[in-house]
Design a binder for this molecule. Structure first.
Ligand code: TYD
Ligand code: MG
Length: 456
């Protein structure tokens, strides 16, 4: 038999090459190639046309089992999952270190254990004593949770094979697991992939909901191979600024539900608390009207969230290149909006430093934020506070038109519910039938400038 070839796998993207290189040819990362155990491959002569068992074809509308979802006891977690945990599915949970992944999963596992189902929590990072201390702090000590500290997938699967399959199995984290079937240190691509494969197979065969915690690299992607994301049914990311209190749970991929739903939590002394009304959280601390502050009714999936956008403009005396700094929004989009304000409205930002911040460390991806950002910028430039009870939404085109956006009605209703009295948005959107909010439609960006600078 021919000697198996050496293979090198990039630890960042999972691509395989036949020789070692300093830089991965696929993703461009440096020093990420590591030798992998050779794999047996079918030779070209191998006959694949006989010897297999026939597979069965089924109709799309054949009656099947309905997905029976199980609640995690945390409404926000269930919401981000699209309605609860699906038996026999695998979830990959990523997030920065210290963001609260272990806390969230320990709370969910304890809730499930308390609901008379079995939940197993295997920690490869902390000793059982440490997890117990955390549970004590969370007030969950009495939950009949099955807790273990282990890193060998063989040990874990052997133990689970000798008991009734649990409803939930948490593996914290997949990078600490190792399989003796596979060469390489824990955390390498082949180990991560192999361990995940074994665990997922167990979960699918036994109707167990499996949650794998995944470490995150500097650039925010889940460490180890991208293939891990392909192997699981759901990829979730737990986000937030560690210095801020709240956390957002987002699903990036979901085979059983929508991907744009979020769950919002606040990290408190006794663990993660659910935030049923995120708008209040992101808006907190607004007192007197200030120039440069605008409220934007953002949409996260099907849910409206009101956030505050803050702009600060500093006039430069010298001819130094002015800075543009953005936190929580796209800097390219800010440059575009500034250019449109200059070209279409005759405003001058060229000798001024522009700072833009989305309050509370929130990250905005909704294109409807343009109008609120523009309102904040114009208000800061003219030192004119916006009406305190106003919200702004709409997309701005390069020609300076204010374009319609999705969910205008939901945005207005949410604002009205929280006590806002005025809404400014695209002229083509219809005012919500709500009596609480007075809607003003704007057609062009100069209309906005007139409103803001003309208002006192
Ligand atoms: P942890 O769940 O260990 O994060 P991860 O598993 O994502 O690395 O969360 C650790 C942080 O959460 C830690 O910095 C302390 C904080 N924390 C609280 O503020 N309150 C609590 O009740 C707990 C358990 C943790
Ligand atoms: Mg942890």
């Amino acid at each position: 038999m021919a000697k198996p070839k050496r293979r090198y796998a990039c630890q960042a993207c999972g691509s395989v090459s036949n020789r070692w290189q300093g830089q991965c040819a696929d993703c461009g990362e440096w020093n990420t190639l590591a030798e992998e155990a050779p794999q047996t491959v079918f030779s070209a002569k191998h006959d694949l046309s006989s010897g297999g068992r026939p597979i069965r074809f089924e109709a799309l509308d054949a009656p099947g089992e309905k997905l029976q979802r199980r609640t995690s006891g945390l409404g926000e977690f269930d919401r981000a999952l699209g309605g609860g945990l699906v038996p026999g599915s695998a979830i990959l949970m990523g997030g920065d270190p210290g963001i609260g992944k272990s806390t969230l999963l320990l709370q969910a596992a304890a809730n499930i254990a308390n609901s008379a189902a079995t939940a197993v929590y295997v920690s490869g990072e902390e000793a059982a004593g440490q997890v117990r201390l955390r549970a004590e702090r969370l007030g969950l000590s009495s939950a009949p949770l099955m807790l273990a500290s282990a890193t060998s997938v063989r040990d874990i699967l052997t133990t689970l094979g000798n008991m009734e399959p649990p409803a939930l199995l948490v593996i914290d984290s997949i990078q600490t697991m190792h399989s003796d079937q596979i060469e390489g240190a824990p955390g390498t691509v082949s180990q991560v992939r192999g361990c995940a494969f074994e665990l997922i197979r167990y979960a699918k065969e036994n109707g167990v909901t499996l949650v794998l915690v995944g470490h995150v690299t500097k650039d925010g992607s889940i460490a180890g191979p991208r293939v891990l994301e392909h192997m699981v049914d759901v990829v979730m990311s737990f986000e937030g600024e560690r210095s801020h209190q709240y956390r957002i749970l987002r699903s990036i991929k979901n085979r059983f539900g929508p991907v744009d739903e979020i769950g919002v939590f606040a990290m408190e002394g006794a663990g993660l608390a659910e935030v049923g009304n995120p708008s209040l959280l992101f808006l907190s601390g607004r007192e007197e009207p200030m120039a440069g502050s605008a409220v934007f009714p953002a949409m996260e999936g099907t849910r409206p969230v009101l956030v505050e956008i803050q702009a600060l403009i500093v006039r430069l005396q010298s001819g130094a290149t002015p800075r543009r700094a953005v936190v929580g929004w796209d800097s390219g989009r800010l440059a575009m909006l500034l250019a449109v304000l200059e070209a279409r409205c005759g405003l001058n930002f060229s000798s001024a430093e522009v700072y833009l911040n989305v309050a509370g460390g929130y990250r905005l991806a909704d294109p409807a934020a343009d109008l609120a950002v523009a309102a904040a910028l114009v208000s800061a430039l003219g030192d004119k506070p916006l009406p305190k009870d106003a919200v702004w939404f709409g997309e701005v085109s390069l020609a300076g038109e204010i374009r319609p956006v999705a969910h205008a009605g939901i945005r207005q209703r949410e604002a009205a519910k929280l006590g806002f009295g005025r809404g400014f948005g695209p002229a083509s959107s219809t005012p919500a039938d709500d009596k609480g909010l007075r809607y003003d439609g704007l057609t062009l960006l100069p209309n906005l400038v007139d409103r803001v600078l003309g208002a006192s």
